[in-house]
Design a protein around this ligand. Sequence first.
Ligand code: SF4
Length: 232
Amino acid sequence: MAITKTDFMRGMQCPKMLWLDKHKPGLKVIPPEIQERLDAGNDFGDRAMGMFGPYEEMTVYRAGTTIPDKKAMLQKTQEHLEAGTPVICEAAFSNYNNYCAVDILRKTERGYDFYEVKNAPEVHEQFVRDAGFQYYIMTRCKLKIGKIFIVIHGPDEDRPFVPVDVTREAKGYYKWINDHIWNLNRMQKQPEEIEAEPGAQCSNPYECWYYGYCHGETPTDDPNRIHTTDRM
Ligand code: SF4
């Protein structure tokens, strides 16, 4: 087990959430409207791959499944980096098994810029942290990263992909990521369930899909809860 971008963000919101993801994922309840937003986010991400013209996609699935084959993706990414492919989508990187897949890598004269795609009308701090995590992994993999952009969903549907430069802010998260990633690695492996008192973290920054398990109720019992996802 290691830490992905999603694991890191979920573990920072609540360590118990990360532990449940690894040990009791069957308790997760994703409301249908959230699943719809996740699907819409994935569709927006797929369309964004072509925003710079021709590209190579690194996604590889395990035979007969829709589960990403990370090992094959890592190898394919290395091949395209060595070949100097100008635009690489879903580029995979691993450092001590900590892993990320980057939406769009674009070659520059001195290295690569990268683009994190979000189906949202504006940049939220959580998006910048996501980008910071990817910067951390790629930097530790010795890839030279120049600029970092969040691609948001602009108002013009004919040209919906709007890059926002977050280079300074995202790179500023390097130490914060390093300060926590190893502890989260240890925590997710421990056999005993992590104890956490339900509180503000259950819906901030994102609604927790274990809400019903920890609060002893069904997910729709509280009409005041906010439904959000990181792919909206
Ligand atoms: S419901 Fe709250 S306490 Fe339980 S795992 Fe989620 S964030 Fe943590």
